[in-house]
Design a protein around this ligand. Structure first.
Ligand code: BGC
Length: 764
């Protein structure tokens, strides 16, 4: 990190930029965004910039503007803009003389602070400080403060204009059918914006807390409402606070409740609200913090930064929305939900906040009908989950990508049709959840049905291969999106068999232990008629095994394709997908070149599927052919390399995934942070370096710490018990509250242990 620097101060941990560089604007707006799971607000300047992309996103606020457009997360009315005049002179960072500048995010509290010192010539020097955060204590609230201080000691007239800008669009697409702006009690500004199936209301209250308010006037614009406050400084200073209350129709909040909540927050004031925020955030950190003895400050900041964003993108309040590929930080991927959620983000939430993790699975359950429809539309049975989801289970992947600027033709997007594996990924997360929580209630309400319907989908898409005398799964895209239309993708086939096996096990278990539940599910889903088909699928599905060289073929044709020459050039390129500048998509499909981890992902999810030597060979073989053009790739490779003890490579990839969003490239992350990669950092730390793996009631521990690390300390909920881990190079200590009659089985270095309250394991 050069552009972004870290700084520690008492209980605060800042990551910031000290230079005003407009080329970093869009990236910084994403990476420093304020998010609390309900809302996400991009960290745009309070003042207008020539190039900026303000954004306010509310979890679940999706809309489809026109036929032919896709459903997307709506960019809601903006509340972050402030117009500032000093003795009649308007302030703009790009025009006024900016003497110093700093924009920084406190990773622990989520507070953003922006400092400017302007030299206004005869009008002297003035410091402007803008602070803001999205409240975790009351998730409808967004608090801001603006401080203007005259550094040469002379008071000047300050005019602040601010309000709600309802003219926001998603890259030019306007989502609001109508927008009603008004002012209540000469105090509260409000905009009510109607979507096709919903309403977003934002109410704003402002208060001068330092200075004498001389005048206040409100004006309505088309889709906008603003207040202008003329203030005389008190003791050379003006402090102005603004609180926003944002909600959606379905929250059922009345106008009166909204006004009361807003006025209560305004009365408390910014500092008190911030204290509440800090206390709430501390609760999160107490569970989620990973302490590593031996990490540099910048590395530690990057780990905390990732966790801050995961906390901010998780819908803590509902199961009606999930986590988008860009969280709530930008318009990228239209706010859609991918396999990123279940495979990359779910683990940290599962082992830290199992109840909340469950909601993400309930979200998928709510989408079952949409997934059933998709399966039917494509001639399959059961549930085929969408590759990209918005609010429902319906497929939202656009059918065509942007037009090719030279040919004017649109490229077909195949992932929504062919990237089947997401259906097994969701089932995988269900089993992970059940294994580590034992939550029968969830399984009965949602889990079994998801798994059974997923199994039914897999069984219906298998085709018999006469030559192999096996079933196969044809014409798919695996996780590696550079190989389209392939047969028997290893990741897909293994995941499919795993899913069907899981369904059969659950069916057997229910029949034996809970016949009532089986009967009712059988009545609803007509399971009995399919059980034989699933058994047949499970026994006869083709699973690629290592060839003579020990390599698991990624698909039927992969190993017979030529390798990409000079792959290093593309691996090192700053430009993502630069290989597509030199080769057509078709050429890339026909080479041994991967966009991202594929077989390697399989080995991460099932570390015990193959012997150590096979795992090692395959990780190295496929890494050699991977350009890492997807941000999901570095973390996956870091985890895999740590698991095989290839520590130099693991460290190299870990360092890269730490800075996927806070690297030096101003063009990355401009449309939002990379959620999956942020989740992958935790996976790499815990599953990779600490070597934790929990499967079928056994907690496996095989740590491989980077050489400069002494210990790692963290918590995980295992079987409902909060376990404290101290993982060192030579010993591991596990501690938990004693559970009457219950112990956790632990395996480390070929020995078995039982954890009751405290366990010391020597690795020597
Ligand atoms: C990756 C997918 C990922 C998606 C959203 C794509 O570039 O290839 O694996 O799900 O981005 O993050």
């Amino acid at each position: 990190m050069i552009h972004y620097q870290t700084e520690r101060e008492k209980k605060r941990f800042w990551i910031g930029e000290k230079e005003f560089l407009p080329e970093y604007e869009l990236k910084t707006e994403s990476v420093f965004a304020q998010c609390n799971g309900y809302m996400g607000v991009r960290a745009a300047h309070p003042f207008s910039l020539i190039e900026e992309q303000r954004g306010m996103f509310l979890s679940g606020a999706f809309n489809k503007a026109y036929e032919g457009e896709v459903t997307e997360l709506v960019n809601c009315p903006d509340v972050t803009w402030f117009g500032l005049e000093i003795d009649g002179e308007k302030i703009y960072p790009e025009r006024s003389c900016l003497k110093s500048f700093e924009r920084k995010l406190d990773i622990f509290s989520g507070e953003l602070v922006i400092h400017y010192v302007f030299d206004l010539g005869e009008k002297g020097e003035v410091l402007v400080e803008n602070r803001r955060f999205a409240s975790m204590a009351q998730t409808n609230l967004f608090a801001q403060s603006l401080r203007v201080q005259f550094l040469d000691g002379r008071n000047r007239q300050v005019k602040i204009k601010t309000g709600i800008n309802g003219q926001m669009t998603n890259s030019g697409v306007s989502h609001f059918h109508t927008s009603t702006a008004r002012v209540y009690d000469k105090e509260i500004m409000e905009i009510r914006s109607e979507l096709e199936n919903g309403t977003v209301t934002e109410a704003v209250g402002c208060k001068v807390v330092c200075g004498v308010q001389e005048e206040k006037e409100f004006n309505l614009k088309r889709r906008g409402v603003y207040g202008t406050y003329a203030v005389t400084p008190e003791d050379k200073e003006v402090i102005f606070e603004k609180v926003t209350f944002a909600d959606q129709g379905e929250d059922g909040i009345t106008t009166e409740e909204r006004k009361l909540a807003l006025l209560a927050a305004l009365n408390k004031g910014y500092d008190v609200l911030l204290e509440e925020q800090q206390a709430k955030m501390k609760e999160f950190w107490d569970v989620t913090r990973v302490h590593v003895d031996g990490m540099s400050e910048a590395e530690e900041a990057a780990v905390c930064f990732a966790q801050y964003h995961i906390l901010g993108m998780t819908p803590w309040h509902t199961n009606e929305s999930s986590i988008a590929a860009k969280g709530l930080t930008g318009e990228g991927y239209k706010g859609h939900v991918f396999w990123d959620t279940e495979i990359f983000l779910f683990p940290m939430l599962l082992y830290g906040y199992p109840k909340e993790a469950k909601r993400l699975l309930e979200f998928r359950y709510r989408g079952l009908d949409g997934a059933r429809k998709k399966a039917k539309d494509y001639g399959f049975e059961g549930a085929m989950f969408p590759w990209e989801a918005a609010r429902t289970g319906e497929e939202e992947t656009p059918l065509y990508a942007a037009l090719n600027i030279h040919t004017g033709k649109a490229n077909k997007v195949w992932s929504g049709i062919k990237e089947y594996h997401v259906t097994a990924d969701i089932a995988y997360a269900v089993e992970q959840y059940y294994e580590s929580t034992g939550d029968d209630r969830f399984m009965e309400d949602c889990g079994y049905e998801i798994v059974f319907e997923a199994a039914r989908f897999w069984a219906s898409c298998a085709k018999w291969d006469e030559k192999r005398q096996k079933y196969g799964i044809y014409d798919v895209i695996g996780p590696d999106e550079y190989t389209e239309h392939v047969d028997n993708n290893a990741y897909t086939n293994y995941m499919a068999v795993y899913c069907v096996k899981m369904a059969l096990n659950y069916a057997d278990k229910l029949k034996a232990e809970n016949e009532e539940v089986f009967k009712s599910l059988n009545q609803k889903l007509k399971l009995e008629k399919d059980l034989q088909k699933w058994k047949d699928f499970q026994e006869k599905m083709y699973l690629p095994v290592p060839n003579e060289e020990g390599i698991i073929p990624q698909d039927d044709s992969f190993l017979s394709k030529p390798c990409l020459e000079n792959i290093e050039k593309y691996k090192e390129s700053q430009i993502k997908q630069s290989v597509l500048l030199d080769y057509s998509r078709e050429e890339v499909v026909n080479m041994q070149v991967l966009k991202q981890a594929d077989v390697v992902m399989l080995l991460n999810l099932f570390p015990k599927l193959f012997d150590e030597e096979t795992v090692r060979k395959n990780v190295l073989f496929y890494e050699n052919r991977t350009i890492h053009d997807s941000s999901l790739s570095y973390c996956a490779h870091a985890q895999a390399c740590a698991a095989i003890g290839a520590m130099d490579l693991a460290w190299e990839f870990f360092r890269k995934c730490l800075v996927v969003d806070i690297n030096e490239n101003p063009h990355d992350s401009t449309d939002g942070v990379h959620s999956a990669s942020l989740g992958g950092i935790w996976n790499c730390l815990i599953f990779g370096f600490a070597g934790v793996h929990y499967e079928k009631g056994v907690l496996y521990l095989t740590p491989n710490l980077p050489k400069q690390w002494k210990t790692m300390e963290f918590y995980m909920y295992i079987e409902g018990v909060k376990v404290h881990f101290t993982v060192g190079r030579e010993k591991i200590a596990l501690t938990c509250d004693k559970q009457e009659g219950r112990m956790i089985k632990v395996k480390a270095g070929n020995r078995e242990y039982m954890l009751e309250e405290h366990l010391d394991i020597s690795l020597a």
